[in-house]
Design a protein. Structure first.
Length: 94
């Protein structure tokens, strides 16, 4: 779902997530670098190594940041945000 949604104009970027495409790119680059520093691997590598990584709804840092910004800007509840992507608590590790 997330990978299909992308603002097309500067106005849409501002409306949807509150920042423009340039700032979004800077933010995602910073998040990718931070993830690598903390985990010593990329987000995608983390998913590939996880036993349930193939079930992940958010497949990249770009999608994670985009989704997080939408949730924060819209003010929806975390339960509703989880519903939008059909996060399922049943896949949590025991």
């Amino acid at each position: 779902m997330i990978h299909q949604l992308r603002p097309k104009s500067k106005r849409e970027w501002q409306t949807v997530i509150g920042i423009d495409n340039e700032r979004f790119t800077l933010l995602t680059d910073w998040c990718k670098e931070s993830h690598f520093i903390l985990k010593q691997q990329t987000y995608e590598e983390s998913l590939n190594q996880s036993p349930k990584g193939n079930l992940a709804k958010i497949k990249s840092i770009d999608e994670l940041v985009f989704y997080t910004l939408i949730v924060l800007k819209s003010g929806i509840t975390f339960d509703f945000a989880a519903f939008l992507l059909q996060f399922d608590q049943s896949i949590k590790s025991s």
